[in-house]
Design a protein around this ligand. Sequence first.
Ligand code: PLP
Length: 406
Amino acid sequence: MVKHHRALGLATAPLGVTCGIDIANGHPAQPVTLVRPHAAARAARFFVEKFPGRSMYAVKANPSPDLLQILWDNGITHYDVASIAEVRLVARTLPGAILCFMHPVKAEEAIRDAYETYGVRTFSLDSIEELEKIMRATNGATDLTLCVRLRVSSDLSKLSLASKFGAVPGETKELLFAARQAADALGICFHVGSQAMAPDAYANAMERVREAIVEAAVTVDVIDVGGGFPSVYPGMEPTSLERYFETIHRCFESLPISYSAELWAEPGRALCAEYSSLIVRVERRRGDELYINDGAYGALFDAAHIGWRFPVRLLREPASNTREMPFSFYGPTCDDLDHMAGPFELPADIRAGDYIEIGMLGAYGAAMRTAFNGFGSDETVIVTDEPMASLYVEPETEVASNVVTL
Ligand SMILES: *Cc1c(COP(=O)(O)O)cnc(C)c1O
């Protein structure tokens, strides 16, 4: 159920108080997801206006239909989908959207259905077998944009995508050549890994693209730099996205490709990380360990399984004035794996019954939720206050809002 909660968004009221109103009224026993449509809208507009090419949203980062609609309303017209279920979801939610099937290993039935029923014309591949599969599934279509995925380094990213997909140097020449024969438009794509912490991740990958083009001597119509655009988390504060865009643009301009070649990107995380956060309740405290009501099998998969740190704040009125100390979290299931090491900095007097907001969960948070062990909740509240961190709010604005909210 979605409730609108405008009171939470009053810029003049301290956040602890406004969130406190909600909690005082409800004392929610289940985790509550807060969504911030304005933050997703701002991210979409930023990419649409500033990325020097086309931005398509990587749906897997957060497939919420409400979010898809917000991105569409703010200028995102193309969507990177990886399964037939994602194809159907986006087609149903946004009938005008253009879908690109960018998973390099697809089911043949999925390709056929995407092509025939949903008008999908763009597919990625990283092997001759996949190329043959695509040609079989589309009855030798001559209107395809085929993007050959190259394997590139994930060294500058927090989450590797370097071992599973992508053609390696010995394979690219033959593959680009074969795809060129079959395609109406030929693309080259890659993924530098998620949460790329430096623009050079893209510069290095573009160097691989250059080598591949020179070696195969083919005409390339599309360069797709994939996802990997970062968001902000504790201990992970990247430079501005404009710097990433500048690097990509400079490399793109210097590639041996035709004047009419297009530049694409597939941002997932960067478009939706700021979209949502989660309010959890502390059910028990044991020293510096807090037992909270969401975890590894809920929206906190990354916090548990890859040690991702998210910003946290205690929602208590009056606010605690105790010093902060590091805590780790246990989730609600009966499983030792349901543990999030953090550290999460919270006031030292935190206790059972307190509520915590965990920020920046819009990407790969809600999308990973399960109902394992009977936990988890769909309760969602729309708020209009600022996310706990932002790559899109000008620094001056950020300082000003911190003065108000802290
Ligand atoms: C996951 C994925 C993305 C999105 O990656 P982010 O790091 O979230 O931007 C884009 N393209 C492909 C092919 C992906 O698998």
